[in-house]
Design a protein around this ligand. Structure first.
Ligand SMILES: *Cc1c(COP(=O)(O)O)cnc(C)c1O
Length: 356
Protein backbone atom coordinates (compact mmCIF):
# COMPACT_ATOMS: atom_id res chain seq x y z
CA UNK A 1 0.00 0.00 0.00
CA UNK A 2 1.50 3.33 -0.99
CA UNK A 3 0.86 6.60 0.81
CA UNK A 4 -2.07 8.31 -0.88
CA UNK A 5 -0.22 11.54 -1.70
CA UNK A 6 0.18 11.80 -5.47
CA UNK A 7 0.99 14.44 -8.07
CA UNK A 8 -0.84 14.16 -11.36
CA UNK A 9 0.66 15.75 -14.45
CA UNK A 10 -1.80 16.57 -17.21
CA UNK A 11 -0.19 16.41 -20.65
CA UNK A 12 -3.18 17.84 -22.45
CA UNK A 13 -3.01 20.95 -20.21
CA UNK A 14 0.65 21.44 -21.19
CA UNK A 15 -0.15 21.29 -24.90
CA UNK A 16 -3.07 23.63 -24.36
CA UNK A 17 -0.98 26.16 -22.42
CA UNK A 18 1.73 26.14 -25.08
CA UNK A 19 -0.94 26.94 -27.66
CA UNK A 20 -2.11 29.84 -25.48
CA UNK A 21 1.43 31.19 -25.20
CA UNK A 22 1.77 30.98 -28.97
CA UNK A 23 -1.50 32.76 -29.54
CA UNK A 24 -0.38 35.52 -27.16
CA UNK A 25 2.77 36.09 -29.26
CA UNK A 26 1.69 34.98 -32.74
CA UNK A 27 4.65 36.47 -34.59
CA UNK A 28 7.36 35.10 -32.33
CA UNK A 29 8.94 31.71 -32.05
CA UNK A 30 8.73 30.03 -28.65
CA UNK A 31 11.42 28.77 -26.33
CA UNK A 32 9.55 26.60 -23.84
CA UNK A 33 11.38 27.07 -20.56
CA UNK A 34 11.88 23.69 -18.89
CA UNK A 35 14.66 24.51 -16.41
CA UNK A 36 14.53 23.08 -12.89
CA UNK A 37 13.30 19.72 -14.16
CA UNK A 38 10.45 21.42 -16.00
CA UNK A 39 9.50 23.48 -12.96
CA UNK A 40 9.30 20.31 -10.87
CA UNK A 41 7.04 18.46 -13.30
CA UNK A 42 9.81 16.15 -14.52
CA UNK A 43 11.53 17.00 -17.80
CA UNK A 44 11.63 13.39 -18.97
CA UNK A 45 7.89 13.09 -18.32
CA UNK A 46 6.71 16.25 -20.00
CA UNK A 47 8.94 17.36 -22.84
CA UNK A 48 7.20 15.33 -25.52
CA UNK A 49 3.92 17.06 -24.68
CA UNK A 50 5.64 20.33 -25.58
CA UNK A 51 7.11 19.01 -28.82
CA UNK A 52 5.16 21.63 -30.78
CA UNK A 53 7.53 24.23 -29.39
CA UNK A 54 10.33 25.79 -31.46
CA UNK A 55 12.99 25.18 -28.84
CA UNK A 56 13.61 24.29 -25.21
CA UNK A 57 15.38 26.62 -22.78
CA UNK A 58 17.03 25.27 -19.63
CA UNK A 59 20.19 25.48 -17.52
CA UNK A 60 21.77 22.10 -16.88
CA UNK A 61 23.86 20.19 -19.35
CA UNK A 62 22.26 16.99 -18.04
CA UNK A 63 18.81 18.27 -19.00
CA UNK A 64 20.03 19.29 -22.46
CA UNK A 65 21.57 15.85 -22.96
CA UNK A 66 18.35 14.16 -21.85
CA UNK A 67 16.48 16.00 -24.61
CA UNK A 68 19.03 15.32 -27.33
CA UNK A 69 19.45 11.68 -26.33
CA UNK A 70 15.65 11.41 -26.32
CA UNK A 71 15.54 12.50 -29.94
CA UNK A 72 14.92 16.27 -29.77
CA UNK A 73 16.61 17.77 -32.84
CA UNK A 74 15.39 21.38 -32.70
CA UNK A 75 17.15 24.16 -30.74
CA UNK A 76 18.11 24.00 -27.07
CA UNK A 77 19.13 27.18 -25.25
CA UNK A 78 21.33 27.18 -22.16
CA UNK A 79 19.95 30.22 -20.31
CA UNK A 80 23.09 30.79 -18.25
CA UNK A 81 25.47 29.68 -20.96
CA UNK A 82 28.41 27.65 -19.74
CA UNK A 83 30.03 27.57 -16.34
CA UNK A 84 33.57 26.67 -17.35
CA UNK A 85 35.47 26.60 -20.65
CA UNK A 86 35.56 22.79 -20.66
CA UNK A 87 31.74 22.77 -21.02
CA UNK A 88 32.16 23.94 -24.62
CA UNK A 89 33.09 20.44 -25.78
CA UNK A 90 29.65 19.07 -24.84
CA UNK A 91 27.92 22.22 -26.08
CA UNK A 92 29.61 21.61 -29.43
CA UNK A 93 28.79 17.90 -29.48
CA UNK A 94 25.15 18.43 -28.49
CA UNK A 95 24.69 21.50 -30.71
CA UNK A 96 23.37 23.83 -28.00
CA UNK A 97 22.65 27.54 -28.23
CA UNK A 98 24.25 29.43 -25.36
CA UNK A 99 23.74 32.66 -23.55
CA UNK A 100 26.93 34.73 -23.22
CA UNK A 101 26.81 37.17 -20.34
CA UNK A 102 30.46 37.75 -19.32
CA UNK A 103 33.82 38.56 -20.85
CA UNK A 104 35.43 35.35 -19.59
CA UNK A 105 32.99 33.43 -21.76
CA UNK A 106 34.03 35.40 -24.84
CA UNK A 107 37.63 34.62 -24.05
CA UNK A 108 36.81 30.92 -23.71
CA UNK A 109 35.01 30.99 -27.07
CA UNK A 110 38.05 32.67 -28.64
CA UNK A 111 40.23 29.79 -27.50
CA UNK A 112 37.78 26.98 -28.32
CA UNK A 113 38.19 24.58 -31.23
CA UNK A 114 34.71 23.51 -32.22
CA UNK A 115 33.39 21.19 -34.93
CA UNK A 116 31.00 23.93 -36.08
CA UNK A 117 30.03 27.43 -34.95
CA UNK A 118 27.46 27.65 -32.16
CA UNK A 119 24.60 30.10 -31.85
CA UNK A 120 24.96 32.82 -29.25
CA UNK A 121 22.44 34.71 -27.16
CA UNK A 122 24.28 37.87 -26.16
CA UNK A 123 22.84 38.93 -22.83
CA UNK A 124 22.09 42.56 -22.09
CA UNK A 125 21.76 43.70 -18.49
CA UNK A 126 18.35 45.41 -18.67
CA UNK A 127 18.85 47.01 -15.26
CA UNK A 128 18.09 43.93 -13.20
CA UNK A 129 21.81 43.60 -12.45
CA UNK A 130 22.05 39.86 -12.41
CA UNK A 131 23.64 38.59 -15.62
CA UNK A 132 24.60 40.47 -18.77
CA UNK A 133 26.56 43.28 -20.34
CA UNK A 134 25.67 46.88 -19.59
CA UNK A 135 24.28 48.74 -22.62
CA UNK A 136 27.57 50.55 -23.27
CA UNK A 137 29.48 47.22 -23.26
CA UNK A 138 27.25 45.41 -25.74
CA UNK A 139 28.82 46.73 -28.95
CA UNK A 140 32.30 45.75 -27.93
CA UNK A 141 31.12 42.28 -26.81
CA UNK A 142 29.37 41.86 -30.15
CA UNK A 143 32.41 42.99 -32.15
CA UNK A 144 34.63 40.52 -30.31
CA UNK A 145 32.18 37.66 -30.77
CA UNK A 146 31.43 38.14 -34.45
CA UNK A 147 35.03 37.60 -35.51
CA UNK A 148 35.37 34.25 -33.72
CA UNK A 149 35.27 31.01 -35.74
CA UNK A 150 33.42 29.32 -32.85
CA UNK A 151 30.56 31.81 -33.08
CA UNK A 152 27.58 31.49 -35.43
CA UNK A 153 24.43 33.64 -35.47
CA UNK A 154 24.02 36.10 -32.61
CA UNK A 155 20.72 37.07 -30.97
CA UNK A 156 20.27 39.78 -28.34
CA UNK A 157 18.73 38.57 -25.12
CA UNK A 158 17.49 40.30 -21.98
CA UNK A 159 15.35 39.54 -18.96
CA UNK A 160 13.20 41.92 -16.90
CA UNK A 161 13.00 42.58 -13.18
CA UNK A 162 9.43 43.87 -13.13
CA UNK A 163 7.53 42.57 -16.15
CA UNK A 164 4.36 42.01 -14.07
CA UNK A 165 3.95 45.76 -13.89
CA UNK A 166 2.21 47.67 -16.72
CA UNK A 167 5.07 50.19 -16.87
CA UNK A 168 7.78 47.84 -15.63
CA UNK A 169 9.40 47.71 -19.08
CA UNK A 170 9.67 51.39 -19.87
CA UNK A 171 13.18 51.96 -18.56
CA UNK A 172 14.60 48.52 -19.37
CA UNK A 173 13.42 48.81 -22.98
CA UNK A 174 15.24 52.13 -23.25
CA UNK A 175 18.41 50.50 -22.00
CA UNK A 176 17.98 47.68 -24.50
CA UNK A 177 17.34 50.12 -27.35
CA UNK A 178 20.54 51.93 -26.41
CA UNK A 179 22.49 48.66 -26.32
CA UNK A 180 21.08 47.52 -29.67
CA UNK A 181 21.58 50.79 -31.55
CA UNK A 182 23.07 50.07 -34.96
CA UNK A 183 22.91 46.28 -34.47
CA UNK A 184 20.31 44.61 -36.60
CA UNK A 185 20.09 41.38 -34.64
CA UNK A 186 17.13 39.22 -33.65
CA UNK A 187 15.93 39.67 -30.06
CA UNK A 188 14.57 37.47 -27.30
CA UNK A 189 13.30 39.41 -24.30
CA UNK A 190 10.01 38.00 -23.06
CA UNK A 191 9.33 35.72 -20.12
CA UNK A 192 5.75 34.65 -19.34
CA UNK A 193 4.65 38.04 -18.03
CA UNK A 194 5.89 39.77 -21.19
CA UNK A 195 4.42 37.06 -23.39
CA UNK A 196 0.99 37.74 -21.89
CA UNK A 197 1.13 41.44 -21.16
CA UNK A 198 3.86 43.19 -23.18
CA UNK A 199 3.50 42.64 -26.93
CA UNK A 200 6.02 45.46 -27.46
CA UNK A 201 8.68 43.09 -26.10
CA UNK A 202 7.80 39.97 -28.13
CA UNK A 203 10.27 40.41 -31.02
CA UNK A 204 11.68 37.16 -32.50
CA UNK A 205 11.64 34.56 -29.73
CA UNK A 206 9.61 34.59 -26.50
CA UNK A 207 10.62 32.51 -23.46
CA UNK A 208 7.53 31.52 -21.45
CA UNK A 209 8.00 29.28 -18.44
CA UNK A 210 5.44 29.47 -15.66
CA UNK A 211 2.40 29.90 -17.92
CA UNK A 212 3.15 26.58 -19.63
CA UNK A 213 2.48 24.98 -16.25
CA UNK A 214 -0.71 27.00 -15.77
CA UNK A 215 0.29 29.36 -12.97
CA UNK A 216 0.53 33.12 -12.80
CA UNK A 217 3.75 35.06 -13.44
CA UNK A 218 2.53 37.74 -11.04
CA UNK A 219 1.68 35.31 -8.26
CA UNK A 220 -1.97 36.39 -8.42
CA UNK A 221 -4.21 33.79 -10.06
CA UNK A 222 -6.78 36.44 -10.96
CA UNK A 223 -4.27 37.97 -13.35
CA UNK A 224 -4.49 34.84 -15.53
CA UNK A 225 -8.17 34.02 -14.86
CA UNK A 226 -9.26 35.12 -18.34
CA UNK A 227 -6.39 33.53 -20.28
CA UNK A 228 -7.72 29.97 -20.33
CA UNK A 229 -4.47 28.60 -18.90
CA UNK A 230 -4.96 25.23 -17.22
CA UNK A 231 -3.04 23.91 -14.20
CA UNK A 232 -0.77 21.05 -15.24
CA UNK A 233 0.06 19.68 -11.79
CA UNK A 234 -2.49 18.47 -9.26
CA UNK A 235 -1.23 17.56 -5.81
CA UNK A 236 -3.77 15.37 -4.05
CA UNK A 237 -4.00 13.03 -1.11
CA UNK A 238 -6.56 11.55 1.26
CA UNK A 239 -7.84 11.93 4.77
CA UNK A 240 -6.21 9.30 6.95
CA UNK A 241 -7.53 10.39 10.35
CA UNK A 242 -10.43 12.27 11.91
CA UNK A 243 -10.52 14.13 15.23
CA UNK A 244 -13.64 15.41 16.93
CA UNK A 245 -12.52 18.42 18.96
CA UNK A 246 -14.22 20.15 21.89
CA UNK A 247 -14.01 23.86 22.75
CA UNK A 248 -10.50 24.76 23.91
CA UNK A 249 -8.76 21.82 22.19
CA UNK A 250 -5.66 22.59 20.12
CA UNK A 251 -4.32 20.98 16.92
CA UNK A 252 -0.80 19.97 15.94
CA UNK A 253 2.63 21.40 16.82
CA UNK A 254 2.46 24.46 19.06
CA UNK A 255 -1.37 24.10 19.17
CA UNK A 256 -1.30 26.78 16.53
CA UNK A 257 -5.03 26.39 16.06
CA UNK A 258 -7.51 26.13 18.89
CA UNK A 259 -11.22 25.51 18.48
CA UNK A 260 -13.77 27.69 20.20
CA UNK A 261 -16.60 25.27 19.52
CA UNK A 262 -16.96 21.60 18.70
CA UNK A 263 -15.25 20.97 15.36
CA UNK A 264 -14.35 18.01 13.14
CA UNK A 265 -10.78 17.97 11.86
CA UNK A 266 -9.38 15.83 9.06
CA UNK A 267 -5.77 14.67 9.01
CA UNK A 268 -4.34 14.63 5.46
CA UNK A 269 -1.36 12.53 4.35
CA UNK A 270 0.75 15.36 2.94
CA UNK A 271 3.29 17.55 4.69
CA UNK A 272 6.29 19.72 4.05
CA UNK A 273 8.42 16.69 3.23
CA UNK A 274 6.12 16.21 0.24
CA UNK A 275 6.58 19.81 -0.88
CA UNK A 276 3.59 21.39 0.84
CA UNK A 277 4.76 24.77 2.21
CA UNK A 278 5.45 24.67 5.93
CA UNK A 279 4.53 28.34 6.20
CA UNK A 280 0.94 27.79 5.01
CA UNK A 281 -1.07 29.49 7.76
CA UNK A 282 -4.50 28.70 9.20
CA UNK A 283 -6.96 29.51 6.44
CA UNK A 284 -4.90 28.30 3.48
CA UNK A 285 -7.42 26.91 0.98
CA UNK A 286 -7.74 23.18 0.43
CA UNK A 287 -10.48 21.12 -1.20
CA UNK A 288 -12.00 18.05 0.47
CA UNK A 289 -14.43 15.89 -1.49
CA UNK A 290 -14.96 18.78 -3.89
CA UNK A 291 -15.76 21.25 -1.09
CA UNK A 292 -13.49 24.21 -0.34
CA UNK A 293 -12.22 24.39 3.20
CA UNK A 294 -8.99 25.36 4.95
CA UNK A 295 -5.84 24.27 6.68
CA UNK A 296 -5.96 24.59 10.47
CA UNK A 297 -2.88 24.10 12.62
CA UNK A 298 0.79 23.92 11.70
CA UNK A 299 1.91 21.99 8.64
CA UNK A 300 4.05 19.09 9.82
CA UNK A 301 6.52 16.91 7.94
CA UNK A 302 4.04 14.27 6.84
CA UNK A 303 0.60 15.67 7.61
CA UNK A 304 -1.65 18.67 7.56
CA UNK A 305 -4.90 19.15 9.42
CA UNK A 306 -8.00 20.63 7.81
CA UNK A 307 -11.36 21.93 8.97
CA UNK A 308 -14.18 19.53 8.03
CA UNK A 309 -17.03 21.82 9.10
CA UNK A 310 -18.08 22.63 5.48
CA UNK A 311 -17.94 18.94 4.48
CA UNK A 312 -19.66 16.85 7.16
CA UNK A 313 -19.88 13.89 4.76
CA UNK A 314 -16.07 13.65 4.54
CA UNK A 315 -14.34 10.79 6.32
CA UNK A 316 -11.36 8.45 6.12
CA UNK A 317 -10.35 8.07 2.48
CA UNK A 318 -11.96 11.30 1.30
CA UNK A 319 -10.03 12.89 -1.57
CA UNK A 320 -8.13 16.06 -0.79
CA UNK A 321 -6.78 18.45 -3.41
CA UNK A 322 -3.85 20.50 -2.11
CA UNK A 323 -3.53 22.34 -5.41
CA UNK A 324 -4.75 21.83 -8.94
CA UNK A 325 -7.98 22.74 -10.71
CA UNK A 326 -10.04 23.61 -7.66
CA UNK A 327 -7.34 25.09 -5.46
CA UNK A 328 -5.12 27.39 -7.51
CA UNK A 329 -1.48 26.86 -6.70
CA UNK A 330 -1.12 30.65 -6.70
CA UNK A 331 -3.61 30.92 -3.82
CA UNK A 332 -1.70 28.39 -1.73
CA UNK A 333 1.56 30.14 -2.54
CA UNK A 334 0.15 33.54 -1.72
CA UNK A 335 -1.13 32.32 1.65
CA UNK A 336 2.29 30.85 2.41
CA UNK A 337 4.17 33.99 1.36
CA UNK A 338 5.73 32.53 -1.76
CA UNK A 339 5.00 32.01 -5.48
CA UNK A 340 3.61 29.10 -7.48
CA UNK A 341 7.05 28.64 -9.06
CA UNK A 342 8.59 27.65 -5.75
CA UNK A 343 5.83 25.19 -4.84
CA UNK A 344 6.07 23.39 -8.19
CA UNK A 345 9.84 23.21 -8.06
CA UNK A 346 9.74 21.90 -4.50
CA UNK A 347 7.59 18.85 -5.21
CA UNK A 348 9.45 16.20 -3.23
CA UNK A 349 10.98 13.11 -4.81
CA UNK A 350 9.02 10.87 -2.42
CA UNK A 351 5.71 11.91 -3.99
CA UNK A 352 4.35 9.40 -6.50
CA UNK A 353 3.69 10.98 -9.90
CA UNK A 354 1.08 9.93 -12.42
CA UNK A 355 1.01 11.29 -15.92
CA UNK A 356 -2.38 11.48 -17.58
C1 LIG B 1 13.21 31.28 -16.02
C2 LIG B 1 13.44 32.17 -17.15
C3 LIG B 1 12.40 32.48 -18.04
C4 LIG B 1 10.98 32.02 -17.82
O1 LIG B 1 10.39 32.81 -16.80
P1 LIG B 1 8.84 32.66 -16.44
O2 LIG B 1 8.58 33.77 -15.51
O3 LIG B 1 8.70 31.33 -15.80
O4 LIG B 1 8.11 32.75 -17.72
C5 LIG B 1 12.71 33.25 -19.14
N1 LIG B 1 13.97 33.72 -19.34
C6 LIG B 1 14.98 33.45 -18.49
C7 LIG B 1 16.33 34.00 -18.76
C8 LIG B 1 14.75 32.68 -17.37
O5 LIG B 1 15.76 32.43 -16.54
Amino acid sequence: MSRPVCATINRQALRHNLAIARRAAPDARVWSVVKANAYGHGLARVWESLAETDGFALLNMEEAMLLRDGGWRKPILLLEGFFQPADLALIDRYRLTISVHSNWQIKALAEAQLAAPIYIYLKINSGMNRLGFRPEQVHSAFQKLRTLPAVGDITLMAHFADAENPDGLTEPLQRIARAAEGLSLPRSLSNSACTLWHPEAHHDWVRPGIILYGASPSGDWQDIASTGLKPVMTLASEIIGIQQLSPGDGVGYGYRYRVSQAQRIGVVACGYADGYPRHAPNGTPVCVDGVMTQVVGAVSMDMITVDLTPCPQAGIGSKVELWGKQVKIDRVAQAAGTVGYELMCALAPRVRVEVI
